[in-house]
Design a protein around this ligand. Structure first.
Ligand SMILES: C[S@@+](CC[C@H](N)C(=O)[O-])C[C@H]1O[C@@H](n2cnc3c(N)ncnc32)[C@H](O)[C@@H]1O
Length: 228
């Protein structure tokens, strides 16, 4: 019975997504994402550290982030846009990466932002990863304009409107090292269609999908790929 309800919910979610996307624009993204879907694992000890932290990553999505941080064959930090209470930040750091965490934590954007920022700082301290994380509080496009540190992984999970995502991709993708991986949250699903649109457009500009799980899609520049 439970399985039937789960299947019905999934069918409804997928039907919602397919009814809202632009076929002409988004189908290449959907096809590539489906062909690269995998079940990524995450070590139990890391899952138990992450689970109590408030955030928006599902288990599958956390698995993909863990895989990218621990296995993507390029040294360098994660440039994380959108850190909230630190769930993804902590996952990247525990997987062995330095993390540059960028978030506005601004009450005008996020209700209760100051309290979320306090819990972010407390979580980083409690997990003991202060030396692996640098925190940059500000609007992602403003921080990006004067950014100088190249990253091996760019994780885009800040503003979810089309213009904001597009702006983040345009400003931050040049800060990815050659061979770097771009990971976007909330691409596949019917809630953040501006994210889907920005990702589809980016795919047409010399990128391809290397992995996908849940709503997340990971891209590499066309000259670079790894066996997945
Ligand atoms: C979905 S949450 C990030 C979740 C986090 N990656 C996690 O795994 O728990 C989005 C975050 O983006 C931040 N944000 C939204 N718009 C932003 C912008 N224009 N610049 C910087 N941060 C922004 C919000 O403050 C919020 O903390």
């Amino acid at each position: 019975m439970g399985k039937k309800i789960l299947l019905a919910t999934r069918i409804r979610l997928w039907a919602g997504f397919f009814s809202k996307i632009s076929y002409r624009r988004d189908i290449p993204l959907v096809i590539q994402s489906f062909s690269k879907r995998r079940k990524f694992q995450i070590p139990d000890e890391i899952r138990s550290v992450m689970s109590p932290i408030k955030g928006f990553l599902s288990r599958k999505e956390a698995g993909l982030l863990y895989w990218a941080a621990s296995e993507w064959p390029l040294t360098g930090p994660v440039l994380e846009l959108g850190s909230y209470a630190g769930r993804s930040t902590i996952l990247f750091a525990l997987a062995g990466r330095r993390v540059c965490a960028v978030d506005a934590w601004d009450e005008e954007i996020l209700a209760g932002a100051n309290a979320v920022f306090d819990s972010y700082q407390e979580n980083i301290r409690r997990v003991g990863i202060e030396t692996k994380v640098s925190t940059h509080r500000g609007l992602s496009h403003k921080v990006g304009q004067s950014w100088t540190v190249p990253g091996a992984i760019l994780f885009v999970d800040a503003g979810h409107d089309y213009e904001l995502v597009r702006g983040d991709l345009d400003i931050w993708a040049p800060h990815l090292l050659p061979g770097g991986i771009l990971i976007m949250h909330d691409v596949i699903g019917d809630v953040f269609l501006g994210v889907t649109r920005a990702a589809s457009e980016f795919l047409q500009q010399g990128w391809h999908v290397v992995a996908s799980a849940g709503s997340i899609v990971a891209f590499a520049r066309n000259a670079h790929s790894v066996a997945t």
